[in-house]
Design a protein around this ligand. Structure first.
Ligand code: ZN
Length: 292
């Protein structure tokens, strides 16, 4: 399968086609079908018809993302006033900046702080997802957007709870299932169509966007978009502007030059936010990957 990556602009063959949303990997930047679906929907909100790499710089647009990894997050960081948070209660307890390590259930930000919140395959790992949703809605500005993906089954009316979280400690109802960076993040549930009810609130408009764009290697999937106080307004999907990828530096070389990063490290686990904060996330994740 060949196509053009709407994250880095590279035209090539996609790899690992059999892994659903986590597959159809771009040979250049390592983005997955899921990453490119998020980029595609984000582009429709911004009405930008270029690859994410070429998006207009919007340095006053404030974006919050959780557990961000890889090329898409790195480009977001370049384009926006970007905040990443990587849940780590031990670091908060040790006195580190809670804004960098808070989880969505308790965000250390003022009301109406962000223009965008991106939560890509994060909510299934949050113990109290309804609480986290209210927090996200709180920190969004009026007219601000939430772009959300989760493992989701359209055929399923009700979310399957894998863990009972009503008490102070987790009680497993089904065998513990871990995924996420390095396979060490517990999945609390598998979402069904009632996800939309979880997102809805009196001042929050929600739309389920069915995405499938074979020319960008985006396999069929749902992206959920919420907007505070305003109806969701998506521009029509447009083809990437001809020639907009231009002459490109291969992604690995770009990372090596910009972040003084080893050019053959694992791209998908690369976390720009923590790396520039001086934390060698890349190597920590590489260790996890080897262990699993
Ligand atoms: Zn790419």
């Amino acid at each position: 399968m060949t196509g053009r990556c709407n994250v880095c602009g590279w035209s090539d063959r996609f790899l690992r086609l059999d892994r659903g949303r986590e597959g159809t990997v771009c040979r250049n930047c390592g983005s997955t079908s899921r990453n490119r679906a998020v980029g595609h929907v984000f582009a429709r909100i911004l009405d930008d018809d270029q690859a994410v790499f070429r998006w207009t710089y919007r340095r006053t647009t404030r974006v919050l993302e959780s557990s961000a990894r890889g090329a898409l997050a790195m480009y977001f960081r370049m384009k926006f006033d970007y905040y990443g948070t990587e849940f780590d209660p031990a670091k908060i307890a040790a006195g580190e900046d809670p804004r960098a390590y808070a989880d969505f259930q308790k965000l250390h930000y003022d009301d109406e702080t962000f223009d965008f919140v991106v939560a890509s395959d994060v909510f299934e790992h949050i113990r109290h997802d309804a609480e986290a949703m209210r927090e996200v809605q709180r920190v969004l500005k009026t007219g601000g957007y939430l772009i959300l993906t989760v493992p989701y089954d359209e055929q399923r009316a009700h979310t399957i709870q894998r863990v009972d979280t009503s008490g102070p400690t987790d009680v497993h109802l089904l065998p513990a299932h871990y995924h996420g960076g390095g396979g060490h993040t517990l999945a609390y549930r598998e979402y069904g169509r009632d996800l939309i009810d979880l997102m809805r609130a009196p001042d929050f408009f929600v739309e389920q966007v069915a995405v499938a764009v074979p020319e960008h290697g985006i396999t069929p999937q749902s992206v959920f978009v919420g907007r505070k106080d305003r109806p969701v307004a998506l521009h029509p999907a447009r083809a990437l502007r001809a020639g907009s990828s231009g002459p490109m530096v291969p992604f690995r070389l770009f990372v090596a030059l910009k972040y003084r990063q080893h050019p053959f490290g694992p791209i998908r686990d690369f976390c720009p936010y923590n790396f520039v904060r001086g934390f060698p996330q890349l190597y920590r994740d590489a260790r996890f990957a080897r262990r699993s």
